[in-house]
Write a protein that binds this ligand. Structure first.
Ligand SMILES: Nc1ncnc2c1ncn2[C@@H]1O[C@H](COP(=O)(O)OP(=O)(O)OP(=O)(O)O)[C@@H](O)[C@H]1O
Ligand SMILES: [Mg+2]
Length: 366
């Protein structure tokens, strides 16, 4: 039974193992050539030092690495800001080569109902951990259980965790990771040191992207870089993924061709500025006929309507010509439509709905 668990425990870390593998390949390539590894994995921070921008977490973790005790951790914040990378890097720093035996990583793809918490987590928590590595060097006498995407755990499973967390607290540290901290039950949040991961600042994003571009030998025009920063909105994973797609688009020609703004907006799925301006100005005309023609043409472009809603929201909030009353009416319609889309509503009908609300709100005036 125990062996079976240990096996599954190891299987659970296959992502960590492949990350370590990709490190080797990226090193042997000297970073000069485009390898098969996705760049987000290839350029994942290896040590806590490498994690950019999240200074509070990094300094607490560094203290723990230098001997102090590690509290239970709760990392939360938007996607692509370094939560998973930070804890994996910390585990590697703490446990060195042994890190795969000392961590149990469970994420949303694993079954994490109440039975798994009772069996797998509890059993791993009860294993003892010595304060020495096989080579005799000291290492922290605890294990780390990483519950990634904890906001998708059921409430029951979360409650089941409370007792285990308290009882095994000395030999097992927990790290809960989520996007929405409000979905974690209060008794768990109060047992953890909470760390908010902020969307990365543009200067940091630009720094990382430039580093990757230099290592991969690709060129990015200034406007292209600007577009990468605005489309990703602080999500470094998205910025890196878009950069890699653009690089694929440009490869094959002779010599590196610079990535332009158009490449980025084509590949990131963001609605182009021309389309956004066209929609806004047509809606000012207060003609249902014009609106419908335009919307049908827009649908043929294949953009995601949720994306459009997001961009209209940004644009409307910043528009000085609209009164506060108009803005709030439009934003409410946007919010309602977004929620309906999440429930599976028809995209075109929702587009018509928000467009006609906007049209009549514009027509009413301030
Ligand atoms: N603060 C950071 N410093 C350096 N690299 C980062 C940072 N944040 C994100 N990255 C890059 O983005 C990729 C994704 O980061 P990571 O998996 O840690 O995000 P996450 O916060 O766990 O997101 P999600 O909530 O979607 O799971 C990493 O592989 C790394 O390349
Ligand atoms: Mg993650």
């Amino acid at each position: 039974m125990m062996e079976a668990f240990l096996k599954t425990g190891k299987l659970g870390q296959s992502s960590g193992a492949s990350a370590a593998g990709s490190k080797k390949t990226s090193q042997s390539q000297g970073g000069g050539k485009r390898g098969p590894a996705p760049w987000v994995e290839k350029y994942r921070p290896r040590t806590v030092e490498d994690v950019a921008y999240q200074d509070e977490v990094v300094s607490v973790l560094k203290k723990s690495l230098s001997g102090a005790d590690l509290p239970n951790l709760l990392f939360y914040g938007p996607p692509g800001t370094g939560k998973t990378s930070t804890i994996l890097a910390a585990a590697r720093d703490l446990f060195g080569d042994m890190y795969r035996e000392r961590i149990l990583e469970l994420n949303a793809s694993d079954e994490r109902g109440i039975s798994v918490i009772r069996d797998k987590v509890k059993r791993f928590a009860q294993l003892s951990a010595s304060g020495r590595r096989p080579d005799g060097r000291p290492c922290p006498p605890f294990k780390v259980i990483i519950l990634d995407e904890a906001d998708s755990m059921t409430k029951d499973a979360q409650s089941a965790l409370r007792r285990t967390m308290e009882k095994e607290g000395r030999s097992t540290k927990f790290c809960l990771i989520c996007n929405y901290v409000s979905r974690i039950i209060e008794p768990l949040t109060s047992r953890c040191a909470k760390f908010r991961f902020k969307p990365l600042a543009n200067t940091i994003l630009q720094g990382r992207l430039e580093m990757i571009a230099a290592k991969e030998g690709i060129k990015v025009s200034e406007a292209g870089m600007g577009a990468l920063l605005t489309t990703s909105e602080g999500d470094l994973r998205m910025a890196i993924t878009t950069l890699q797609s653009c690089a694929r688009l440009k490869s094959g020609g002779d010599g590196p061709e610079a990535i332009t703004e158009t490449d980025v907006s084509e590949l990131s799925g963001v609605v182009s500025k021309e389309w956004l301006d066209r929609i806004m100005s047509t809606l000012q005309n207060n003609s249902y006929f014009d609106m419908e023609n335009l919307l049908q043409e827009f649908m043929c472009e294949g953009y995601s309507i949720s994306q459009l809603i997001h961009q209209i929201h940004v644009q409307v909030v910043q528009d000085d010509h609209l009164s506060d009353g108009q803005k709030s009416q439009i934003c409410e319609a946007l919010a309602v439509s977004e929620s309906r889309l999440l429930d599976g509503a028809n995209e075109y009908l929702q587009l018509v709905d928000i467009s006609s609300t906007m049209m009549s709100t514009f027509a009413k005036g301030a």
